[in-house]
Design a protein around this ligand. Structure first.
Ligand code: ZN
Length: 307
């Protein structure tokens, strides 16, 4: 059976695995993400070599490497730019790994990889177009159209969290004003709680769950704003794309489970019937595994179908 090496490179941890043609995730290696480039590359290569050395009997050695990663990846999938939590800005990672392992190496944005993975194996399997919205620290998106992740002209499509919600509104983590992420991103919610409510209980950091549990009147206002923004964003994206399914995920929903149903209800009540009557709202199935599935598929080395 054919295999590829796949990775999920995140700001705090990295996971690598051997992925088979039927999207089994085998021989997982996990390491903390180093901020030092040399150490990061050493850890990455060591994890990959461990996997290559332990390919199970009956399976071919990996024929390609696919890595899903945060940050902007210019068309062609050769390097990462604008990844603030990774020591790889502008580094030619694909060429480096091709020299080290002799395998063609593809990079794919982790939101796109996740959408590809959920389409191939998740609860949204086979839904096309597929819209994945991740309300995490920021607002991420993965969009699949025509059985492939949608990239745009410069592999930068889909940054819906940084589209305009309120003119001259709250400052977004990206530095601009009034973007959706400034209202419904997890970082925005917790920073606003710290500014408007004060220190979190027990001297810890604010979490979205703590804001939801807070009885403070400002918490209600912060969450109302966050719901309005998240629901508006989802409804707008649904009307633009007419997706077959919407995958909702991310840490904000983990800390605030009721938000999921509220968003779905808002879309069903406020979008036209042609948009809302058949769309399915589903949870992520894969999490990090979905990124591994999608990164593996992006190599083109596995004969995958969603059927
Ligand atoms: Zn922004």
């Amino acid at each position: 059976m054919k295999t590829v090496l796949a990775g999920d490179i995140g700001g705090t941890k990295c996971r690598f695995a051997l992925i088979t043609e039927d999207l089994q995730v085998l021989a997982v290696q996990q390491v903390a993400t180093s901020r030092d480039r040399a150490e990061f590359l050493h850890q990455l290569e060591a994890a990959c070599r461990t996997i290559v050395a332990a390919v199970p009997a009956g399976m071919n050695p990996p024929s390609a490497i696919g890595l899903g990663t945060a940050g902007v990846i210019p068309r062609g999938g050769r390097l990462i730019t604008s990844a603030p939590n990774l020591p790889l800005d502008g580094f030619p990672l694909s060429a480096h790994l091709e020299r080290s392992f002799g395998l063609p190496t593809t990079l794919i944005n982790d939101g796109r990889a996740s959408a590809f993975g959920e389409y191939l194996r998740g609860y949204a399997k086979g839904s096309d177009p597929l819209l994945c919205l991740f309300f995490g620290t920021g607002v991420g998106i993965g969009l699949l159209i025509g059985r492939r992740p949608f990239e745009g002209a410069d592999n930068a499509a889909g940054e819906i969290g940084h589209t305009m919600y309120r003119l001259f509104g709250r400052k977004c983590p990206c530095g601009q004003l009034g973007h959706f992420e400034a209202y419904c991103g997890g970082r925005a919610i917790t920073e606003r709680a710290a500014a408007e409510i004060g220190p979190a209980q027990n001297g810890g950091e604010w979490t979205v769950g703590a804001v939801v549990a807070s009885q403070h009147p400002s918490a209600e206002l912060i969450l109302r704003d966050a719901f309005h923004a998240a629901a508006t964003l989802t409804a707008n994206a649904c009307t633009l794309l007419n997706p077959g399914a919407v995958v909702l995920g991310g840490g904000v929903l983990s800390g605030w489970p009721a938000l999921r149903g509220s968003i779905e209800q808002f879309v069903r009540d406020n979008c036209s019937k042609s948009i809302s009557q058949n769309v399915r709202f589903v949870e992520t199935l894969g999490g990090s595994d979905a990124i591994l599935w999608g990164a593996a598929a992006a190599t083109g080395a596995l004969a995958l179908t969603s059927d």
